[in-house]
Design a binder for this molecule. Structure first.
Ligand code: TIU
Length: 239
């Protein structure tokens, strides 16, 4: 037409992914780090107050850090999410509030990192090791899924993203809710099994198995190192 040839976009493959190799175009792939906040990863936060062991959430911090380092060096789109509510709780469903109180982790109650699960409080901050870089979007969400009452879908569409690589906590709650919402919207999702965690490893294992069952009913799973090595092949190829 105008004589210009469209540049062919690279396609990378995570060969070890299950249930079969995961193919992605790096220019259309986003790494999504879900809810790696003090409220879920630090003592005295919402997660621990719910009665959970935060050990597994803390254990994935260095793994996610290595994923972020690789993704950033390849220029992948990186974004972060945080679960939390407005100080007046106007965006918190009464059902969620009542159940949190019943469990001894009342949303909005005072804790050692400020009010539990409230935007602007220290507990709501992302852990320092995984702090977003300037320019990386942070999507604040009132629900478990990152698409519900947020601008995430528009943000991803504007960036022409078609594939999501999911990290964060917890595998069976916010990661799965986001995965399912993303899957229904047509995104191809890869869940990094050692860069996601649940408070109870049994929940994590079950949630990971659910992703890839029935031929990848929600998407794919892989280890962080396999995703990183797929990215490094790209770096090697483009010199
Ligand atoms: N309770 C639990 O497992 N998770 C949450 O409440 N939120 C997220 O998973 N982020």
């Amino acid at each position: 037409m105008d004589g210009r040839r469209k540049k062919k976009e690279a396609v990378l493959t995570v060969e070890e992914a299950l249930p079969y190799p995961f193919r992605m175009r790096p220019e259309r792939t986003a790494v999504v780090v879900i809810d790696m906040q003090n409220d879920f990863c630090a003592p005295g936060g919402f997660g621990e107050r719910l009665g959970n062991d935060i050990g597994p959430a803390r254990a994935i911090i260095p793994v996610i850090a290595s994923v972020l380092e690789a993704a950033r060096s390849c220029g992948l789109f990186v974004l972060h999410t945080r679960e939390g509510h407005l100080p007046d709780l106007s965006d918190c469903p009464p059902s969620k509030l009542a159940r949190s109180r019943r469990q001894g982790a009342g949303i909005g109650d005072e804790g050692p990192m400020g009010r539990l699960l409230i935007r602007g409080e220290p507990g709501h901050d992302i852990v320092p090791e995984l702090a977003p870089l300037p320019g990386e979007p942070v999507v604040d969400k009132p629900g478990k899924g990152a698409f519900y009452r947020t601008g995430l879908h528009s943000l991803l569409r504007r960036a022409k993203i078609e594939s999501l690589v999911l990290c964060g906590v917890t595998t069976h709650v916010c990661v799965h809710s986001t995965l399912r919402e993303a899957n229904d919207r047509g995104y191809e999702c890869l869940v990094l099994e050692d860069a996601t965690a649940a408070f109870d490893p049994r929940d994590h294992e079950a949630a990971i198995r659910m992703v890839r069952q029935q031929g990848g009913i929600f998407g794919w799973t892989a280890k962080a190192r396999d995703f990183i090595s797929a990215l490094s092949q790209n770096a090697a190829a483009s010199g």
